[in-house]
Design a binder for this molecule. Sequence first.
Ligand SMILES: [Zn+2]
Length: 158
Amino acid sequence: MGSVRADKADRRTINRMKVFDLACEHGHAFEGWFDSTEGFESQQSRGLVECPVCGNASVTRKLSAPRLNLSTPAASKNDALSPQRVQQLWAQMARHIRENTEDVGERFAEEARRIHYQEAPARGIRGVATARESEALADEGIEVLAFPMPDAAKGPVQ
Ligand SMILES: [Zn+2]
């Protein structure tokens, strides 16, 4: 099994070897050491590479896990869920809502109903509704989203 597990006696060989992430067809993941990609492929095609767990010789190289760096200078991984970040996202969402909906104020429930029954043009609206009004809308199958608007976003669109 020298093809799969490095021979500890020969360190110089190990240093020149490549480590591959491998998996057998039963999903066992393990590392294989080979002198080159060709070396691996050659041994693999001859069925010489076996899973150390179950001995299965149907071994394939796993694709390397993608390493995606999605962080931006403004939002690194570490502060993604900080209160400041949440506040920021909340404000962004509030702004998005404000910019993409028509403020119908107290007429919200009435307007939502009219849109639902196609008595008014379909569009995004925002406004205020009492709990009772929201319940009545839900009963009629009209979905409304309760979103607490931050004070800063309540004013007119800049
Ligand atoms: Zn296996």
